[in-house]
Structure formats: structure tokens, C-alpha cells
Ligand binder design. Structure first.
Ligand SMILES: Nc1ncnc2c1ncn2[C@@H]1O[C@H](COP(=O)(O)OP(=O)(O)O)[C@@H](O)[C@H]1O
Ligand SMILES: [Mg+2]
Length: 440
């Protein structure tokens, strides 16, 4: 992409409510633009990051055996009346009346709808287990939308739903999502800690929140420090027994404030006790027949008896993650994107646009990085060098290649690694090899 033809509206004047780094940088670097309280447009740079996160979430869901579908944002109130949630959900639900006077709503979550789809399609235990997901916009009329996309009213969520015949089998589905979550967050460059959590309005009796530690997080959390450094499981056999992997990560104490137990926390050796603030990036629930019973979602078991299916639901805040990743990875100059989600893999700064040689070398580097799949952003504007450097730092691409007449006089360009600030002078070919090697 050539910057001169891109849409990258950087802003300097920040609203006073932009209180945390991710919110400020997302506005300044032209990732988002607020349209109404808690409602944002995703500008081209932000859209790219959102898409990359979405794709990693999708790949890990698929690996865990979940099957993608897409449900609508607008739902009929009737389904929610069946479960009693239409009244119970309260003022967070955006209620809509259509031209025929029918009650509709903008979905805050999809348990009721997926249960309806399931009950009309699956009637035998032979159709189990099932695990379905979609990545779709949600609306919750939050009392206090704040921190940009972290607590929006409209936000993008991956929500998955599992259906099993027995509690034991449902536990296996829960474990598959549990492991998939750890791998997902690790690929996003995050250290997410699973913590025992309250089930809230979703209900149920088993629940974990996945929390990344950040001083600006909204949740207060308590855990054993070793959990933070525990590596993600990586490639596992999702058809095998995942319980030992889950047990290894739930044996140490970790809880959010609504589940906090001072006595349990005090049992952690003093120097390993961690009480901190965190950002909830995912939340998984097992709730048995909480929806399948009132909605009569039953299958015939092996003896021909109807059994209410045992269900779980599994959410990841895809749009919140954009803010969460920035909270975890930024400095005074701007965002520092992990390679896996960076909007472009590398930037190219041409310090003397119009100069035959810098133009030619810049274009050549651009073409070769593009062919290698690095997806470069080429700053071919006639802005001053200082403007170009600070803009690249602000938008946080992992690598920047600077091409200027002075360096080219010595046959070199400069490669800067955003995360470390390291600069190397390399011939163009070596610069390309270095960057492509870093992404290999
Ligand atoms: N208002 C919001 N803005 C952005 N992301 C949200 C919001 N509410 C929830 N999420 C994301 O969706 C995930 C699943 O939501 P859920 O646990 O059902 O909601 P909550 O924790 O707010 O009751 C959360 O872990 C979080 O990452
Ligand atoms: Mg939650």
C-alpha cells in the first residue's frame, strides 16, 4: 500500500475522556473514529488489525473442532421470552419494534437463538457433540461505555456454543475451548491467565475468565504469579484427553474479585501472590440445561429417552482485544504491534521522494517485501523526514526500512525494529532477507 493513496487520518486533538493509552493511540493513529457513545467506525488501519485478530481466533476455533456459522444481529424477542431473559436482561438490551409492532432486539449474545436452531435440527444423540461459533457484532447498552473499544456498546465478539449429551462430554467441550483460548491469546502476543469467575447473566456453575494483566484493566484479580508465565499448550490432540492440561492451569489459585477468597489467596507463598488489575478478553461458561430445558431442546439418548442437551458458551472480545493488545504493547512513541496482528508487516520510508535512486530502491524493496507476503506500507509522501519517522512509530509497524540518499551513497538502507529500537544499516537485499526471516 502506498501511503499517498491510503486513508490514514492521524489526529492530534484528543477528547478528554481518552484516559488510557490504547484509546488515545487508536484515535491518534487513525484506527477508529467515534460515531456515538460506545459506537465506532473502524478506519482502514484499525479494520486491518481487527481482521487479523478475527482470523487468528477463527483458525484456533477451527483447530479445536468448532464449526463456523453466522447468526443475525437482530433477534426476535419471542425466543428470549421462552428463556425468561427478555425481562431479566434489563436496560442493557437494545429493544426495537419493527413496522408491524413486533418486538425485536439487537443481540447482546446468542444462547437463545442457537438453542432454537439446534432444537429444530438435531433430535438424536447421534448428532452430538456439536460446537458452533460465529464472529458477529453485539450490542449492549452499557451504562458507562468507556476506554474506547474496551467497553463499547457495539462490539465484535466470537461466541461459540457447545451441545453434548452428558455433563462429562460437555466438560470435554469446555476443555477444548479452554485450550483453544490459551493458544489464541498466545498467538496474539498476550499472556492471558484463566481465572475462576462468576457466571453473571449467562448462568451456570463452571466458568473461567481469561484475563490479561494491565494496570488500566477494569477487573481486580488475584492469582499465583507462576500462572502468568505458563506457556500455552500449543499443538495438542483435541480429540484426546485435555483434562491434565486444564488441571495444570487451574491447580494454582486464580480468581476475579467476585470469586475472591482471602483464605485461599493467603495459601499462596507470599512472594508468588499477585493481586493486580486485568482486562477480561475471554469468558467461558458451562451451564448445563439452563437454556435447553426451558426451550425444550432435547435429543433421544441410546435408550430412546429424551434428554435435555448440556450446553456451554464461549466468548472472546475480538474488538476489545485490539485495545487490550495495545495496552500490553506500546511505548511513549506509539503502538508496538506484535507481528501476528500488525496492520502492515513493515513500513518503507523514502526520505527523498522524486529522487531517481531513492524512488527506485524504495519501490524495489516494496515489491520484494510484497511478493514475500510481508504486506508493506510505503511512505511515498513528501512530508519531512521527522514527520515520517514519528508517524511510523505511532502506527507501530514491526519493522521500518528507511531509504535515503546518504545511506544509498554507501549502498545501505536502515532497518529499525520497532519493539527494541534496534537500527541496522544493511544493503537492500540483506534488509529484505532480515525482515522476511523475522516473519518466517
Ligand atoms: N461492552 C463490551 N465492549 C467490548 N467487549 C466486550 C464488552 N462486553 C463484553 N465484551 C467481551 O466479550 C467477552 C464475552 O462477554 P461476556 O463475558 O458475556 O460479557 P461480560 O463479561 O461483560 O458480562 C468478554 O470477555 C469481553 O472480552
Ligand atoms: Mg464476562
Amino acid at each position: 500500500m502506498r501511503l499517498s493513496r491510503y486513508f490514514l487520518p492521524l489526529i492530534k486533538e484528543l477528547p478528554t475522556d481518552a484516559a488510557i493509552a490504547s484509546h488515545r493511540y487508536m484515535l491518534r493513529a487513525g484506527l477508529i473514529r467515534q460515531n456515538a457513545a460506545g459506537i465506532y467506525s473502524w478506519l482502514p488501519l484499525g479494520r486491518r488489525v481487527l481482521g487479523k485478530i478475527e482470523q487468528i481466533v477463527r483458525e484456533e476455533q477451527n483447530r479445536a473442532g468448532a464449526v463456523e456459522m453466522l447468526m443475525p444481529t437482530i433477534q426476535s424477542a419471542d425466543l428470549w421470552r421462552e428463556t425468561g431473559r427478555y425481562e431479566a436482561y434489563g436496560p442493557e438490551m437494545l429493544r426495537i419494534t419493527d413496522r408491524h409492532g413486533r418486538h425485536m432486539l439487537y443481540g447482546p449474545t446468542n444462547e437463545d437463538m442457537i438453542t432454537d436452531i439446534f432444537r429444530s435440527c438435531v433430535h438424536s444423540y447421534k448428532g452430538l457433540p456439536q460446537m458452533l461459533y460465529h464472529i458477529q457484532w453485539k450490542f449492549r447498552d452499557e451504562r458507562r461505555p468507556r476506554f474506547g473499544v474496551m467497553r463499547g456498546r457495539e462490539f465484535l465478539m466470537k461466541d461459540a456454543y457447545s451441545f453434548d449429551l452428558t455433563r462429562e462430554e460437555a466438560r470435554r467441550s469446555y476443555n477444548r475451548q479452554f485450550i483453544a483460548y490459551l493458544n489464541t491469546f498466545a498467538r496474539l502476543g498476550l499472556k492471558a491467565v484463566p481465572m475462576r469467575a462468576d457466571t453473571g447473566p449467562i448462568g451456570g456453575d463452571l466458568s473461567h475468565e481469561f484475563i490479561i494483566l494491565a494496570g488500566t484493566g477494569e477487573s481486580e484479580v488475584f492469582c499465583h504469579a507462576d500462572l502468568v508465565e505458563m506457556p500455552a499448550p500449543g499443538h495438542v490432540d483435541f480429540d484426546g484427553d485435555l483434562q491434565p492440561l486444564v488441571d495444570a492451569r487451574t491447580a494454582l489459585y486464580a480468581a476475579t474479585d467476585d470469586m475472591y477468597d482471602a483464605d485461599e489467596f493467603a495459601k499462596i507463598p507470599q512472594d508468588r501472590r499477585l493481586s493486580a488489575r486485568g482486562i477480561e478478553v475471554g469468558h467461558i461458561f458451562y451451564f448445563g440445561d439452563k437454556y435447553s430445558a426451558p426451550m425444550a431442546a432435547a435429543v433421544m439418548d441410546g435408550d430412546g429417552r429424551p434428554v435435555h442437551v448440556k450446553m456451554g458458551s464461549y466468548g472472546i472480545g475480538v474488538s476489545r482485544l485490539v485495545g487490550g493488545i495495545i495496552e500490553a504493547s506500546h511505548d511513549d512513541d506509539g503502538i508496538v504491534w506484535p507481528k501476528t496482528v500488525a496492520p502492515f508487516g513493515a513500513g518503507i520510508i523514502n526520505l527523498k521522494v522524486g529522487d531517481e535512486q531513492t524512488d527506485k530502491v524504495s519501490r524495489d524493496i516494496y515489491d520484494r517485501l510484497a511478493v514475500a507476503g510481508i504486506d508493506p506500507l510505503y511512505d511515498d509522501t513528501d512530508d519531512r523526514g521527522g514527520v515520517k519517522f514519528s508517524r511510523m512509530d505511532l502506527i507501530g509497524l514491526p519493522y521500518t526500512v528507511t531509504v535515503g540518499p546518504r545511506g544509498l551513497g554507501d549502498g545501505v538502507v536502515e532497518v529499525k525494529t520497532r519493539a527494541t529500537g534496534d537500527r541496522q544499516s544493511l544493503p537492500p537485499g540483506a534488509a529484505i532477507r532480515f525482515i522476511t526471516g523475522e516473519f518466517a
